[in-house]
Ligand binder design. Structure first.
Ligand SMILES: [Mn+2]
Length: 381
């Protein structure tokens, strides 16, 4: 059985205030084209369909276009979708009972009956797909009266145990959107949002019996400990920190029970690349190649001397500048000083310094007292 594994489409996302509408339309069009050519047995979308829980009309239209395009392929390819932490479960689930008739399976929530299951068949028998949308322990506590899960790991573990899955004889695939952690820390990037302190991490050992775990949530493609527990990552680069990522469409081939998996990465061609460029202003202005002109560029200038309107000059050659940073002896020294001083400063001292920088004069005693009171109040709360 062959299936596409996608996740984290984040439809409607912007990159540093640039709309990604055309980039997303292009890349989803390429996925549809691959589906038409290769005709996989299923398409799995592992959460974060949208970038926001209340997506824009434009984003909804693009998602509609994508689903419609895929469902026009004949014979029909089943599409299995779960909601991620960015999606609103209820909204994503709209018309799910109707869409089931079109082989589009949408799981926004876990119900009293547990996870949504979809069984598909190939020459080796059944493959059961378990659709586990993004959950917090509080979402599923009511399903386990008397033994409420406290942690994310417990919540996922209990849900799986409750399904009575035959892991010995049958082939089972999990679709899930959580922060799974193996023995080592997974690779993360700037376009992801996690809870502070790693409370949202799920021990990957609770899903290791599945023949494949199609994961979403982390935006860099990677496996968690084993090949078969895998994040496919985003189709597009959603932050500068992903500039060196190789984004691809994952095609997974599941053979007979116990056989090794095959994972192929199909090349995608984004409308704009995300690149980092570093050098002096004159170097960067001189060396620009035509195919980079319209890419998303993060620029680091290394000039030591003051520059005349660098951003305006760069705008003349690059059409999509994400940011311009300056890295020279001066900024490095500032960073070092900041490193040393920030730690020892009280909020009142830090504010005093900020005030002086902004106003060119120190705060009056009265103003200082006023600020002290505010900081005390905040502390109290
Ligand atoms: Mn995401």
């Amino acid at each position: 059985m062959k299936f596409f594994h996608l996740s984290d489409l984040h439809i409607g996302k912007q990159l540093h205030h640039y709309s990604l509408r055309e980039d997303q339309r292009e890349i989803l069009g390429q996925v549809t084209e691959y589906a038409r050519q290769l005709h996989p047995d299923a398409i799995l979308i592992a959460g974060d369909v949208y970038d926001k829980s209340v997506p824009s009309a434009e984003a909804v239209r693009l998602w509609d276009e994508f689903l419609t395009g895929l469902s026009r392929i004949s014979p029909r390819i089943p599409i299995l979708i779960i909601s991620g932490n960015h999606d609103s479960a209820e909204r994503l689930q709209y018309a799910s009972a109707l869409l089931k008739g079109q082989k589009i399976y949408l799981a926004g929530e876990v119900t009293e009956q547990g996870m949504t299951r979809v069984t598909l068949t190939d020459e080796y028998g059944d493959v059961t797909f378990y659709l586990l949308p993004f959950i917090k322990p509080s979402h599923v506590r009511h399903l386990f009266p008397g033994e409420e899960p406290e942690t994310y790991t417990e919540a996922v573990e209990k849900l799986i145990r409750n399904q009575n899955i035959d892991f010995i004889n049958k082939r089972n695939v999990l679709i899930s959107h959580q922060f799974y952690r193996g023995i080592s820390d997974p690779e993360t990037c700037d376009s992801e949002i996690f809870s502070v302190g790693g409370l949202d991490q799920v021990d990957a050992s609770v899903i290791r019996k599945f023949d494949y775990a199609a994961l979403g949530h982390l935006h860099g493609a990677q496996s968690v400990g084993e090949e078969k527990i895998r994040y496919c990552g985003t189709l597009l680069k959603y932050s500068v920190s992903e500039a060196s990522h190789q984004k691809a469409l994952h095609l997974v081939t599941l053979g007979e029970k116990g056989d090794p998996l095959k994972i192929e990465k199909l090349t995608l061609h984004p409308l704009h690349e995300v690149r980092k460029k570093k050098g002096t202003l004159s170097e960067l202005l001189a060396e620009v190649s035509p195919d980079e002109r319209n890419d998303f560029i993060s620029i680091t200038l290394t000039d030591e001397e003051e520059l005349y309107k660098p951003r305006e000059q760069l705008d003349q050659v690059y059409s999509h500048i994400l940011e311009v940073r300056i890295e020279n002896t001066r900024t490095r020294r500032k960073l070092e000083e900041l490193d040393e001083t920030v730690k020892i400063q009280s909020p009142a001292e830090a504010f005093g310094e900020f005030y002086q920088k902004m106003q060119g004069t120190r705060m009056s005693e009265e103003e200082e007292r006023f600020m002290d009171e505010i900081f005390e109040q905040v502390k109290g709360e």
